[in-house]
Design a protein around this ligand. Structure first.
Ligand SMILES: C[S@@+](CC[C@H](N)C(=O)[O-])C[C@H]1O[C@@H](n2cnc3c(N)ncnc32)[C@H](O)[C@@H]1O
Length: 206
């Protein structure tokens, strides 16, 4: 079981080439996120991977920082950024929950397909809370793989052969509770795709 970035560094080139698995669901998610972003916003994305989502959302805000603990992912994101010519976006190599950012410096913190991968969910959510002013938003989408029994044996086998990164088999209720418990009011939830375990949460810092 790896909690470091080695796994992600190794798969970064393949991850960058992988097509979006469900484009309508992805676009629906982006539309919901855009609904909350303002042109004056400073946004931090945690676990941004190769920066595809950051490049699509940055035009909606004033400043956008994409971060990821994988140097391989960030290197590809920076290449894509250079090709895009966008000037209000930067990519930084930084782990979620490591105190890499100072708050309250952001109006919104985004985390897509990340929260099931952090070893200390409560600590990460506490950090996000500290990065936001009162009323600031945490917008996340998280596969709650604890909802499907068959993920447990798959993960156990993969761990045994040293394949996957650290993964938490979160249930939807656990995730909602953790977000609310970290000092957020949940203002919107959903699933994209609709019949999935991919929990979308918009939460306001109280
Ligand atoms: C499943 S990918 C999701 C990438 C992107 N957000 C997306 O939705 O396509 C997970 C990403 O989170 C990053 N990651 C995993 N654990 C992390 C951590 N503790 N801190 C920062 N990034 C992390 C990985 O390097 C990887 O780029």
């Amino acid at each position: 079981m790896k909690t470091d970035a080695t796994f992600w560094d190794r798969i970064a080139p393949r991850y960058a080439k992988r097509p979006i698995s469900n484009m309508p669901a992805y676009e629906a998610t982006l539309a919901r996120v855009r609904n909350y972003l303002k042109p004056s916003d400073r946004v931090l994305e945690l676990g941004c991977g190769t920066g595809s989502t950051a490049l699509l959302l940055a035009d909606a805000v004033d400043q956008y920082v994409g971060s990821d603990f994988s140097a391989g992912m960030i290197a590809i994101a920076r290449e894509k950024l250079a090709a895009s010519g966008r000037s209000n976006l930067e990519f930084v190599e930084a782990g979620a929950g490591t105190g890499a950012f100072e708050g309250p410096g952001f109006d919104a913190v985004l985390a897509f397909n990340l929260l099931h991968l952090v070893p200390d969910l409560e600590g990460t959510l506490a950090e996000v809370h500290g990065l936001l002013p009162e009323g600031g938003l945490l917008i996340s989408k998280t596969p709650c793989i604890g909802e499907k029994w068959y993920f447990r044996p798959i993960i156990a086998v993969m761990r045994a052969i040293g394949k996957p990164p650290f993964v938490v088999t979160l249930k939807i209720a656990d995730l909602d509770r953790a977000v609310a418990g970290a000092g957020f009011e949940i203002v919107e939830t959903g699933f994209y795709p609709e019949k999935s375990i991919s929990r979308f949460i918009v939460a306001r810092r109280v």
